[in-house]
Design a protein around this ligand. Structure first.
Ligand code: DLL
Length: 435
């Protein structure tokens, strides 16, 4: 498969390390001069930019956090004058004030290249029609995919998120070959297309899905419903947006664009860097960004890395699918629960249920209550007896108990009764926080 920028993507690791070192040193120096908070943190640790000689010194540098972006909202961490910032994006997240990020012309060019690398890696070229179903707005998803498609020379269809009927009609009429949206919205589109009996009219070859965690089981279902090959893409607003890392044709982890971003895995409690292969918190350092560079940014995503050579010829390190976040882990009656574990179980249950679910946690008489609402399939809804439904509920609850170590009450609800999202799915309602 073609590489968009082979010079970097297949760079021998020794050379790559040299390049990263040069870029890191230059960035540390630049940030020390232009970002007040970074200078303060360096001074507190007694470090001078000249103490950083290369990537081997990365671990000495201070971490940065999402809270920093809130404290210095909106532009306080930018490293260039505002006249050089050509675009801003923002992310609201589930809690707290939104965060704002900014890009220079060079940053936008680098981002477009990173996304174009992914498109090329999965076999796309100028003959493709890229259906951009991520929100085009302050969210980074839409513009990232759009600019990447244009950079590749493909035809971009910037439809943005929402209006499912129009999405489907446009996909068919305009001949979309590449679908970009969240995996949960891809599932929803797939369901709607199945219902309308329009699957045969689609020309989709590949899908680029990310912005939220999704499982291998979900991948299989999306591929079946939309008749395409589904690829994972990762990114976060603070570091750039979609395309920080991407799957290649071999789909064995996501290649981090290491000429721009250096990843580390740390123990989230102690901050120690963990050895290759271990799971921990993913931390990123940007080494080329001008507008809003970040050193050792704590993503809160739980991940692991492998430097083993990939069959595609890229030398870039691969990150595994993030297994949730340190901050979306629920602690229910003392047990750690990740929404992705529930999804995995549901996708293995089979025909009787769909993977549309919502977790409701509450507190009664000082004890946590744990309920999982799951949409039953149309078949079970139309011909399942109350007894059969109760049996399915019990079997799911048992399966969840053995996976999680804690058994929720499972309630099968009517098909399509759980609210759909055009962006990231809302899987958890934690009422304890309101009390
Ligand atoms: O979600 C950027 C993006 C847009 C990525 C489109 C991929 C596609 P934020 O809104 O800032 O940015 O959210 C970033 O989303 O820290 C992860 O927790 C999660 N996330 C993103 N991609 C993946 C993925 C965009 N492929 C946060 N798998 C990150 C799992 C993901 N989680």
């Amino acid at each position: 498969m073609k590489m968009w920028q082979e010079k970097y993507e297949a760079m021998p690791r020794e050379e790559l390390k040299q390049l990263q070192s040069e870029r890191l040193c230059a960035q540390v120096k630049r940030m020390y001069e232009s970002v007040k908070l970074f200078r303060k943190r360096m001074d507190e640790t007694g470090l001078k930019p000249s103490d950083i000689k290369g990537v081997e010194d990365l671990h000495k540098l201070p971490f940065s956090y999402k809270q920093d972006l809130r404290d210095y909202y909106p532009y306080g961490l930018f490293a260039v004058p505002m006249k050089d910032i050509k675009r801003v994006h923002a992310s609201s997240g589930t809690t707290g004030k939104q965060i704002v990020v900014g890009y220079t012309d060079n940053d936008l060019g680098m981002w477009a290249d990173c996304f174009a690398r992914m498109l090329a890696a999965i076999g796309c070229d100028e003959n493709d029609f890229v259906h951009v179903g991520y929100g085009l707005g302050l969210f980074t998803g839409g513009f990232g995919a759009h600019d990447g498609a244009v950079r590749l020379g493909a035809t971009a269809i910037p439809i943005s998120a929402g209006n499912t009927q129009r999405q489907i009609q446009t996909m068919i009429d305009f001949g979309s070959t590449v679908l970009c949206c969240t995996p949960s919205y891809a599932m929803y589109l797939g369901e709607a297309i199945e219902e309308m009996g329009l699957k045969d009219q689609l020309k989709l070859k590949v899908g680029i899905f990310g912005a939220e965690p999704w499982t291998e089981e979900m991948r299989a279902q999306i591929e079946e419903k939309l008749n395409l090959k589904a690829y994972d893409i990762y990114g976060l607003s603070e570091i750039m947006g979609p395309g920080v890392s991407f799957e290649c044709e071999y789909q064995c982890g996501m290649h981090v664009n290491e000429d721009h971003f250096i990843p580390e895995i740390i123990d989230p409690d102690t901050g120690e860097v963990l050895p290759e292969g271990e799971w921990g918190e993913l931390v990123f350092t940007t080494i080329t960004k001008e507008g809003f560079p970040l050193i050792r940014y704590r993503t809160r995503d739980i991940c692991s890395l492998t430097y083993e050579k990939c069959k595609c010829g890229r030398t870039f390190v691969r990150m595994r699918k993030p297994q949730g976040r340190t901050d979306d882990m629920l602690i229910i009656r003392g047990v750690n629960v990740f929404p992705s574990q529930i999804e995995e179980v549901l996708l293995k249950v089979g025909e009787t249920v769909t993977p549309n679910y919502q977790i409701v946690v509450d507190r009664e008489n000082n004890t946590d209550t744990f309920l999982v609402n799951v949409e039953m399939s149309e078949e079970l809804f139309s011909d399942g007896s109350i007894k059969k439904i109760a049996a399915v509920e019990k079997s799911i609850s048992d399966k969840l108990r053995s996976t999680l170590g804690i058994g929720p009450k499972v309630c099968l609800v009517n098909p399509k009764s759980i609210e759909r999202s055009e962006g990231k799915a809302k899987r958890v309602i934690d009422k304890r926080k309101l009390k």
